[in-house]
Design a binder for this molecule. Structure first.
Ligand SMILES: Cc1cc2nc3c(=O)[nH]c(=O)nc-3n(C[C@H](O)[C@H](O)[C@H](O)COP(=O)(O)OP(=O)(O)OC[C@H]3O[C@@H](n4cnc5c(N)ncnc54)[C@H](O)[C@@H]3O)c2cc1C
Length: 399
């Protein structure tokens, strides 16, 4: 039976993130954004709300919530600012949920538990200076030496690069397969910031998500113990794609929150601002933009909820999650552009939040699969060129 009502727990979560956001984030976010400042102080607060391990089972230090709750949290966080949702996307979506499905018991004890409790922060390193969409184009290598792998390479455009303690890293462990671009030669590793030869930095020229941290890290012959290999050797590409199924879900729900923020700011402005003797909301062309925001918000929400429902049921959701991510991020770009338009010249100033929404929304049309990559994915499903990849975990984490 289809039921779109939120459960009591989900409503409580929504309410607590909203109240916390209004009190602790909203009054400060403008200044943090202008100062290009990542506020580490939000991390323990998010941990206290259970957001850093929301749908990780309690036995692994998490809050034991379901996937729809993760969507609700993501929507509420990006309603405040994209930088907050990004924390959940990389720390929980891309990293911790992947360890939950693919990690050994030892890896869960050493890494997942402190991450779910918010004692350690984690991220995901796939992209490199010369390879983004084309993940097989990465150049990082992992050479096996006795009971260790020696990792060398550089990762670029990594969220929380200068903040995270733990990194889920992808590198070629089979150099012959690298030459043939056979993805079965890629492996996944847990790398700690503390490992010798690891260094990171922040990208200074970024023009959106300014209250977030985005950077790069370098691995100069970093020795990673065999126990930190995630999955089996050669399963890294599959693991990277599995992780994206989780991360994209949070991006879809987050973009939905950004549309809601655009809609609320625009409705409020349309009721205050007068032109030609009437509120601008009475002009049909302004109404059209507001109506589009409403339909985009509702459709985006339904799409991420359907993906969350599939995840809760332990069913395949690569296609549905991809569709939700593609639709919501493109719609959020339209909503942010129209929100600026409705605000006229005021929208072109940072006095109003819509300029920040406009700068922030674009990243999500690029990361976790660009708009074009998602179009290809959907078309390939239609054409039968693609069927769902086999992934190891199809069960919800609390099952
Ligand atoms: C703010 C931000 C945060 C990020 N955080 C992370 C992170 O935490 N971890 C991480 O690993 N990565 C991260 N990324 C990187 C992101 O995932 C990549 O930027 C993304 O995958 C696109 O890769 P690219 O930038 O190399 O673009 P390219 O792959 O070079 O693409 C350039 C253009 O070509 C198009 N294109 C490429 N291939 C095709 C094709 N086959 N058909 C049609 N069009 C195509 C693309 O759609 C795009 O328009 C982040 C990026 C940003 C902007």
């Amino acid at each position: 039976m289809l039921n779109l009502d939120l459960t009591e727990e989900q409503q409580l979560l929504e309410q607590s993130v909203r109240e916390w956001g209004a009190r602790a984030v909203a009054p400060r976010i403008h200044d943090l954004d202008r100062a290009h400042q990542f506020d580490r102080g939000v991390l323990p607060q998010m941990a206290d709300l259970g957001l850093l391990g929301s749908c990780i089972p309690q036995k692994y230090g998490g809050a034991g919530m379901d996937y729809v709750s993760l969507g609700i949290a993501s929507e509420e966080l990006e309603y405040l600012d994209t930088s907050l949702r990004v924390i959940v996307s990389v720390h929980l979506g891309l990293n911790s949920l992947t360890l939950l499905s693919w990690g050994t018991e030892d890896q869960k004890n050493r890494y997942l538990i402190p991450q779910a409790q918010g004692k350690k922060i984690a991220t995901y390193g796939l992209t490199e200076p010369s390879a983004g969409s084309d993940a097989r184009g990465i150049q990082s290598v992992a050479i096996k030496k006795g009971d260790r792998y020696v990792l060398t390479g550089e990762k670029m455009w990594i969220s929380l690069a200068d903040v995270a303690d733990n990194f889920l890293v992808f590198a070629w462990s089979d150099l012959n397969k690298k030459k043939q671009r056979d993805p079965n030669g890629i492996s996944a590793f847990i790398v700690e910031r503390a490992f010798k030869g690891f260094s990171s930095g922040t990208l200074k020229e970024k023009w959106g998500i300014l209250a977030g941290n985005t950077g790069f890290f370098k691995m100069d012959e970093v020795e990673v113990p065999q126990e930190n290999l995630v999955g089996r050797e050669g399963e890294g590409f599959k693991i990277a794609m599995f992780a994206l199924d989780q991360g994209r879900y949070t991006v879809a729900a987050g973009a939905t929150g950004l549309i809601r923020a655009c809609r609320e700011a625009s409705v409020s402005y349309a009721r205050q601002r007068k032109a030609f003797g009437v509120e601008i909301g009475s002009h049909q062309l302004v109404k059209e933009m507001l109506a589009q925001m409403e339909s985009d918000y509702q459709a985006s929400r339904l799409l991420w909820m359907r993906a969350g429902w599939l995840k809760n049921a332990g069913r395949r959701n690569t296609k549905e999650t991809g569709l939700a991510k593609w639709f919501a991020t493109v719609a959020s770009e339209r909503a942010a552009s129209d929100a600026v338009q409705i605000h006229g010249a005021n929208g072109y100033s940072d006095e109003y939040p819509v300029g920040r929404f406009y700068r922030n929304c674009k990243g999500a049309v690029i990361y976790e699969g660009t708009r074009e990559i998602h179009k290809l994915l959907q078309a390939d499903y239609l054409l039968g060129y693609r069927t769902d990849r086999p992934t190891r975990c199809e069960l919800p984490p609390y099952a």
